[in-house]
Design a protein around this ligand. Structure first.
Ligand SMILES: [Zn+2]
Length: 412
């Protein structure tokens, strides 16, 4: 960690994201400077107003856009193998169920993950985190969920924590043993959840503070999900849910009723349910890449949540089946286009919205006291990264005031 302050001068636009609420969090200073000391932002403002007391290492921003590091509030980045061969099967018109019966789908990832060594899983996940970091993500939520045995799920949480300690990225672990029904409990989802309540929930703390479940008709029912999440809450754990992805299963209502941190997907959530979530302080974590990748025709109504004054987070859902990516930064133009959001709303969703969903309230903004996690972009205006797709516009990545990654696109 630098002992002297770092002063970034001549920033073209600095997104401080310092406003109070979901609809006014966005804030931008033109011709700005940013002062960082001991890993934290100590001052942000107009370059012309930089107080003379700040003496340190000066960095010329060169007129670039500087934003908070992206907060990806929903990923499944710890797994072994990949499912690239399913592209051909989908092109041939094979359904999800047919792919599953042919040995593909989530259970193929479970099999590979169970069979992988700690070192293999760490190496594969580390590679994904590096990619994500180079695309602008500095905070990754990572869920367990591709082992589906008690010991294996606890192993995944331990490995996620190991990656968290390694850094330079910031990682928030989530306990998602209730991701799918494992082969050992086929046709008996409620029995699996009772098993987890007895054998798994008591062992989660301190590996994770939050428990998640895939609450969807045909996987874990509303009643079973409620029972499981309330058992987690009784142990002092926080909860969140995958809801309403493939059907309106009323999972968003459950999230509001039990005070979840967030309800995620929400592709088919009704306007009324968004209202209930907003009133209960439950964030909507919206995953536009997944909805488009699965091509199921349902895009979450982010606008309804914003109209109700609720927090919207936009996340990658990075996973090997329905959203094979690790780079939230690559999704910004698509979030704008598919969700019909303004540049200001997209930036809010990938910074403050993500931080709100994860309850890390100092993250996702660049104000005095906030962690100095920020990105220098190859862009002059903040609208540009929500517009220009396919090229990585990230120039430099800072975490805790330290430059941890840089892209230098040059032809050699
Ligand atoms: Zn998910």
């Amino acid at each position: 960690m630098e002992s002297k302050p770092i002063i970034i001068r001549h920033i073209g636009q600095l997104l401080t994201m310092s406003g109070p609420g979901p609809n006014d969090a966005f804030a931008c200073i033109s011709h700005a400077a940013l002062v960082v000391e001991k890993g934290l932002v100590v001052w942000a403002g107009a370059d012309s107003g930089l107080p003379s007391q700040y003496q340190g290492i000066e960095i010329d921003g060169g007129g670039a856009l500087v934003t908070p590091g992206l907060v990806d509030a929903h990923t499944h980045l710890i797994y072994a193998g990949h499912r690239a061969h399913e592209v051909r099967m989908r092109a041939q018109g094979r359904s999800y169920l047919e792919i599953l019966q042919a040995g593909g789908g989530i259970l193929s990832t479970v099999e590979k993950t169970r069979g992988a060594s700690d070192q293999e899983l760490l190496a594969a996940t580390r590679k994904r985190l590096n990619h994500g970091l180079l695309s602008g993500t500095t905070t990754f939520e990572i869920k367990s969920g591709y082992d589906l045995t008690v010991d294996g799920e606890l192993r995944l949480l331990r490995l996620i924590n190991q990656l968290r300690e390694e850094g330079p990225w910031r990682v928030i672990p989530t306990a998602l043993a209730a991701h799918a029904v494992p082969p050992e409990f086929f046709g008996r989802p409620a029995d699996y959840l009772r098993h987890l309540e007895r054998e798994y929930l008591p062992k989660i703390s301190p590996l994770a503070e939050v428990v998640d479940i895939f609450c969807e008709p045909g996987v874990f029912s509303l009643d079973d999900s409620r029972h499981y999440l309330q058992a987690a809450q009784a142990r002092g754990l926080q909860v969140k849910l995958h809801v309403d992805e493939l059907a309106d299963g009323k999972g968003a209502w459950l999230a509001a009723a039990i005070g979840a941190q967030s309800a995620d997907h929400c592709a088919l959530t009704s306007g009324e349910a968004y209202g209930a979530m907003a009133r209960a302080g439950v964030a909507a974590v919206i995953l536009p890449g997944t909805a488009r990748y699965l091509d199921h025709g349902h895009m979450a109504n982010a606008r309804a949540m914003l109209d109700h004054g609720g927090w919207v987070a936009i996340a990658s859902d990075g996973n090997p089946g329905s959203s094979p990516t690790d780079s939230l930064g690559q999704l910004l133009p698509w979030a704008a286009s598919w969700l019909k959001l303004t540049p200001e709303e997209v930036w809010t969703g990938v910074t403050r919205g993500g931080a709100q969903a994860l309850r890390i309230l100092q993250a996702g903004r660049l104000v005095a006291g906030a962690p100095a996690d920020f990105i220098l972009w190859d862009a002059e205006h903040y609208a540009y990264p929500t517009y220009y797709y396919g090229s990585n516009l990230v120039r430099e990545v800072y975490v805790g005031g330290r430059r941890v990654a840089a892209n230098r696109p040059e032809v050699i």
